[in-house]
Design a protein around this ligand. Structure first.
Ligand SMILES: Nc1nc2c(c(=O)[nH]1)N[C@H]1C(S)=C(S)[C@@H](COP(=O)(O)O)O[C@H]1N2
Ligand SMILES: [Mo]
Length: 577
């Protein structure tokens, strides 16, 4: 770290006040636990508990089984089942279950389970799903948190709920930083496994198991449903081929669900969405989150039914298929499956305590695995602009409001005495008064805000482009990062701050905003100045900006991760997704 040559011109070298954060999660300093509620979905203006789905599902199942049993013996149904026995017999070129398929099946299970756990943890950070990009409280269609209180300040962080540690990773309230490292790192391996699986399927003929090649699959699948519902078993020979219902279910799970879940994951990224113009507006983050959640439900029900069917259709033989690659009645597959599942269970239980104890390590591994992808996404300059009518009536607030004497005095005088201090590795360090900032060329932008927790909202921001500031202070060539120091505190004391690459500050939409929706910026949303940088997540957009410093590196500042949230909450430094 190069010392700023102009430190003396900065009233207080804020950088040196930044303390190192703990490398593990210190439960005494973390966000206090907060329970959610039993999940609810909205029908019109009424909220219904998902527990109502239990009697509804039971009644539905009774009706389906009753009717199926009643009609099964009708001549028409008998003729239909005789014509479509439930399985399409075609010539196949594959044989049984080869080793690569058996291994990949297990790898897939392993990563998918951890992806689902960490995904639910991410959802718990903003436990609401909407179809509307603006995330207006009361308009969500699903939630496992009470209604948003309107009589007091309720930030998005206040809204996050705790999960049991054995269920989420790592369970704690607002542990989304760590959950994301798990989610994204496992995604990478799951994706690699999946792509290899596709390649091997198509180069061995095994794809014929999964991909229907005739329309007959549909009447045959219906026939299977009728047979299952009337407690008959369709012809069963998984070693050779699947029945049609099975084939459709596997086809969906292997070829439809993964592309959809990857795509709906990527569309949640501010860098992608704010670059994708009309498409990002239609396929906005809330639509994407809902679809992402829908695919989770698909996987959950698939696994539940798949495991049940493996068990009730002769588990000894089925487990030999998938574990040993033989078509016998021996116990080998059952023993192997039991051992593997026990190991998986142990790993499952180990993940949360390990993550809490070695949080910094998890962050480092995650950074090594996917940091380069994330940094690479910063290259695009965000371009998507919205219109006045897209503006959110309510933009969720976040963060701890500043409460220092210095800030309160400035606020009382409507920031007339505020001075933005800009220093560090620059030729012309400066102090800009609020009036001076407002006399600089003003830029307006109507953009979508993406909080790491999951919510979004459009607002119109007016302010000074970072380029304008940089033209005035002239950063040195060795200035690689721009630090923003806030008047506001982090959740665990010390002031909030964050670092951005200087290239990212050169994007047209990187501005210091002093106006919001055509009015002067209010304190809740960051007065006197807040950063807008439309390819990054909200936590990087420092509010209540006190000073800006250009530096060559941030390795030696605090814990060296590049910001308050990065140091204390194990977030990613570069976070455009
Ligand atoms: N100083 C400071 N700035 C901050 C935060 C904070 O806690 N302190 N929270 C960030 C987060 S997580 C988000 S999502 C946005 C929220 O901006 P808004 O309150 O204007 O919606 O501010 C960011 N800026
Ligand atoms: Mo956020």
């Amino acid at each position: 770290m190069t010392q700023s040559p102009i430190d003396k011109q900065i009233p207080e070298p804020l950088q040196r006040q930044i303390r190192k954060a703990a490398n593990e999660v210190d439960l005494n300093h973390w966000y206090p636990a907060q329970r959610g509620i039993v999940p609810q979905f909205r029908l019109g203006d009424r909220w219904c508990s998902i527990l109502w789905l239990l009697p509804a599902a039971f009644a539905g199942a009774v009706a389906v089984f009753g009717i199926a049993l009643e009609i099964y013996d009708l001549p028409a149904i008998q003729a239909f089942v005789a014509k479509y026995p439930g399985c399409v017999v075609t010539k196949t070129s594959y044989q049984g279950f080869p080793l690569w398929l058996r291994v990949q099946h297990f790898i897939n299970l392993f990563f998918l389970l951890f992806i689902m756990r960490s995904g639910i943890q991410i959802l718990a950070d903003h436990p609401r799903l909407y179809m509307d990009n603006n995330c207006t409280p009361g308009r969500e269609w699903f939630r496992f948190q009470k209604a948003v209180p309107m009589d007091r300040l309720w930030t998005a962080r206040d809204d996050a709920v705790t999960l049991p540690g054995w269920f989420g990773i790592p369970g704690l309230r607002h542990s989304i930083g760590l959950a994301r490292w798990w989610h994204f790192s496992c995604n990478l391996f799951w994706l690699l496994n999946g792509v290899t699986f596709y390649a091997l399927l198509f180069s061995t003929g095994q794809w014929e198991r999964l991909v229907p090649t005739t329309w007959d699959v549909f009447p045959n699948a219906l026939s299977c449903m009728i047979q299952y519902a009337s407690l008959h078993m369709p012809p069963e020979n998984g070693w050779l081929r699947y029945n049609s219902l099975q084939q459709l279910a596997y086809f969906t799970t292997v070829f439809i669900a993964p592309p959809l879940v990857v795509f709906s994951g990527i569309m949640q990224s501010p860098a992608v969405s704010n670059r994708a113009s009309w498409f990002g507006k239609i396929f906005n983050r809330q639509v994407a989150r809902t679809i992402h959640f829908g695919v989770l439900l698909w996987f959950v029900q698939f696994i539940a039914i798949h495991v049940t069917m493996v068990f009730v259709t002769g588990f000894r033989r089925n487990l030999n298929h998938i574990m040993v690659g033989t078509d016998t009645q021996a116990w080998t597959g059952t023993i192997m499956a039991t051992v593997m599942l026990a190991a998986l269970g142990a790993l499952w239980l180990w993940a949360t305590p390990f993550t809490l104890r070695h949080a910094r390590f998890i962050q480092r591994v995650g950074t090594a695995l996917i940091g380069p992808f994330m940094r690479g996404m910063e290259i695009w300059s965000p371009t998507t602009q919205f219109t006045e009518k897209d503006i959110a009536p309510f933009l969720w607030p976040n963060g701890k409001l500043p409460d220092s004497d210095e800030f309160n005095k400035l606020a009382e005088g409507d920031f007339a005495d505020y001075k933005l201090v800009v220093g560090g590795l620059v030729n012309k360090p400066a102090e800009f008064s609020y009036a001076e900032l407002k006399s600089m060329p003003k830029q307006d932008q109507i953009t979508n805000h993406f909080c790491i927790q999951g919510w979004t909202g459009v607002a119109k921001w007016g302010g000074v482009a970072m380029m304008t500031i940089m033209e005035k202070v002239q950063p040195h060539p060795e200035a690689k990062y721009v630090l923003f120091y806030s008047f506001g505190e982090g959740h665990d004391g010390g002031f909030y701050w964050d670092a951005h690459s200087i290239e990212n500050m050169r994007h047209k939409t990187s501005i210091l905003a002093y106006e919001m929706n055509g009015k002067s910026l209010g304190i809740l949303h960051g007065a006197p100045l807040r950063l807008r940088c439309e390819n990054e997540l909200g936590f990087k957009l420092v509010k209540w900006i006190r000073q800006i410093e250009f530096v060559s590196d941030f390795k030696n500042i605090g814990s060296g991760q590049g910001g308050y949230a990065e140091d204390n909450e194990f977030f990613a430094y570069s976070d455009p997704i």
